[in-house]
Design a protein around this ligand. Structure first.
Ligand code: AMP
Length: 288
């Protein structure tokens, strides 16, 4: 099996992208922080449907972690990642050192309002500045035709769509559905932090989301349903940051039942913070 080419500099990646374009290929980028799982791989497969040349970036972005968060502990396994990506026939992997992305004197932040306000920002005010800055850099570094992100990080996807439109970055942004474990838990690199019992408890998150969706879809008052869901998570041992119904595009609060609405949740189980979301209006295959 021939592995993907690994690039550590923007210049090297750009050269490969230029060569692919010159050969008539479309180019797709899948940005990740590594420790790859089936959720990431689903995005890579989706990328393949849109482009003959697929690049995955692996960069644990320091600016989206607060000093108190898990930057040092964040799982890193580039050998396993490269093997998985070789299995999918990915052409290139961009694995820059931090100094390639943030050279000495770096002084720029992409600051997004609108969908970046509230939810994650309430407890992680540094987060979207870090994400928007690094994703802007990755998009401009690779200049792909299309870039693919997961609905798992739904607010992040809305924020990326917003600044890409606002800054006229000429890249199509696509969202891929959340890939889940059998018990419904959304796959996440951070699930590795969960011990056996916490892992079992974690399934309460998708259960509460799914039940909330069903009850709101059936016409129950959202505020009552969400308050009960919060109580269930709290009783289950979670510290709930939010469980809210929001407009699916602007993320503005909505209280009426709306086909465009999504329920979003963030809750901590011990030191592990889980986030998830589901949309109103049930698709045929159950989880949404
Ligand atoms: P991360 O490595 O956690 O920064 O995630 C990289 C990309 O994979 C982001 O666009 C995430 O939204 C996406 N992703 C993470 N987990 C999942 C999942 N379970 N299903 C689908 N996409 C995911």
């Amino acid at each position: 099996m021939i592995g993907p080419k690994v690039y550590e500099t923007v210049a090297d990646m750009r050269q490969a992208v230029d060569a692919a374009r010159a050969a008539g290929e479309r180019v797709a980028l899948v940005p990740t922080m590594g420790a790859l799982h089936e959720g990431h791989l689903s995005l890579v497969r989706a990328a393949r449907e849109h482009a003959g040349h697929v690049i995955v970036s692996i960069f644990v972005n320091p600016t989206q972690f607060a000093p108190t968060e898990d930057f040092d502990a964040y799982p890193r396994d580039s050998e396993a990642d490269l093997k998985l990506l070789a299995g999918l026939g990915v052409e290139g992997v961009f694995m820059p050192p931090a100094t390639e992305i943030y050279p000495p004197g770096f002084a720029t932040v992409v600051s997004v309002g609108g969908p970046a306000e509230g939810l994650e920002s309430a407890t992680r005010p540094h987060f979207f500045g870090g994400v928007a800055t690094v994703v802007t850099k990755l998009l401009l570094a690779a200049l792909p035709d299309v870039a693919i992100f997961g609905e798992k990080d739904y607010q992040q996807l809305c924020v990326i769509r917003r600044f890409v439109r606002d800054l006229d970055i000429p890249v199509e942004i696509l969202g891929g559905p959340t890939v889940r474990e059998e018990d419904g838990l959304a796959m996440s690199s951070r699930n590795r932090y969960l011990g056996t019992e916490a892992r079992r408890t974690a399934a309460l998150v998708p259960q509460v989301l799914n039940e909330a969706i069903e009850r709101i879809d059936a016409g129950e008052e959202a505020s009552t349903v969400l308050a009960e869901g919060t109580a269930r998570l709290t009783q289950g041992g979670f510290a709930v940051d939010y469980l809210e119904l929001r407009d699916a595009e602007t993320l503005a609060p909505v209280d009426a039942q709306s086909a465009r609405a999504r329920v979003l949740v963030a809750a901590k189980l011990g030191q592990t913070r889980l986030i998830d979301n589901m949309s109103l209006a049930r698709p045929a295959n159950g989880w949404r």
